[in-house]
Design a protein around this ligand. Structure first.
Ligand code: KG4
Ligand code: ZN
Length: 330
């Protein structure tokens, strides 16, 4: 196993993150969240996010090195997310990583943020064939993982991402931003069968997801209710999302003949989603890998994990590598 040191930077959206790995193993993972900053505007303003990355990145690198007990001279490769994400945010992370690589004469490795999420459930072991489900604030993707760098898309959302639906419903219910974790917490005391929300595209016969109709039905229902328990609304909404995710993912596994499901992204933290996937896969005799909680929402360790595997394979990136806000997985 490689024991080279990789320093990885993630600044694709609203978390400034730095991680240091020895080989595939995380030595430290640091995240400076901008949630409080963006709570003021109820969403991310790109220029505000980029300027905050610029302020935080240097102290965060120093903190990561101190926590790993290393000096910058001991780093063998510098990695950063090149997309998808906000252009101005991506530029901060890639520019800093390239600058450090250039100054130290070490390689630069550009990483696709989606590949970071997708492979995070395999940390810190080897990647094996699986159906990958990425459920985050920006993405809902079903992917056939044939091996490292060999991905075949199976399906995805035609409108809102799963996390986006959680956040929008959270906002409708007056919960703080981002709504996902709050909906999850309140749902624990709610009745998931109290409201019958639509399971969009459940019978569509393909692997497309749609969550915007579900959000709309919550919006239309709310003014009609004289009184309600917010816990019941959260539990019923959450159950509708989880039903569709579990059902389509299990069908994808059956279609591909694979025996492993790898689940990642911020929404994979959801306790009901974990419960349901664990139960379903146990019945079907499938293996179910979840990303560790610290690797679910945006972080640099998942970027470093992919970079470390690229370093092992000699897949370095030229200094001319550009950012790509619309970068796709394949
Ligand atoms: O992976 P991530 O940082 O986003 C993107 O890369 O796009 O995930 C953030 C998303 C947010 O939408 C947040 O509300 C959601 O993940 N989230 C959750 C939970 N924890 C985070 N959604 C449902 N239940 C949770 N426990
Ligand atoms: Zn992400």
């Amino acid at each position: 196993m490689e024991t080279k040191i990789t320093l990885a930077i993630e600044t694709s959206c609203d978390e400034t993150a730095v991680a240091i790995l020895r080989g595939r193993h995380i030595l430290t993972t640091e995240v400076a969240s901008q949630i409080n900053l963006h709570a003021l505007t109820g969403g991310v303003v790109p220029e505000v996010a980029a300027r905050d990355h610029l302020r935080k990145i240097r102290p965060l690198i120093d903190r990561a090195l101190a926590n790993a007990g290393l000096s910058i001279r001991e780093v063998d490769a510098f990695a950063a997310t090149r997309g998808p994400g906000l252009a101005t945010s991506l530029m901060i992370g890639t520019s800093v990583a390239k600058g450090l690589a250039l100054a130290s004469g070490r390689p630069f490795i550009a990483v696709n943020h989606l590949e970071g999420h997708l492979l995070s459930p395999f940390y810190d072991d080897f990647v094996k064939p699986a159906v990958g489900l990425v459920v985050s604030g920006g993405h809902t993707l079903l992917v056939n993982i044939e091996g490292i760098g060999r991905y075949r898309p199976i399906g995805g959302t035609v409108d809102d991402a799963a996390g986006e639906a959680f956040d929008k419903v959270g906002k409708l219910l007056g919960l703080p931003y981002p709504g996902g974790p709050h909906v999850n917490r309140l749902a624990a005391d709610g009745d998931p069968a109290r409201y019958d929300f639509p399971r969009s595209m459940l019978e569509s016969g393909d692997f497309s997801f749609s969550f915007s109709g579900l959000k709309t039905s919550v919006r239309y229902l709310l003014p009609k209710l004289k009184e309600y328990r917010v816990e019941d609304l959260c539990a019923s909404f959450q159950e509708a999302v989880v039903d569709v995710l579990v059902s389509k993912t299990v069908k994808a596994v059956a279609d591909t003949g694979l025996e492993c499901i790898a689940i990642s992204g911020g929404v994979s933290c959801n306790t009901r989603l974990r419960e349901r996937f664990t139960a379903e896969t146990a019945v079907l005799g499938l293996e179910c890998l979840f990303a560790e909680p610290r690797l679910t929402t945006d972080n640099a360790a998942m970027i470093g994990f992919v970079a470390a595997m690229k370093l092992e394979r000699g897949e370095l990136s030229p200094m001319t590598t550009d950012i790509d806000p619309n970068l796709r997985l394949v």
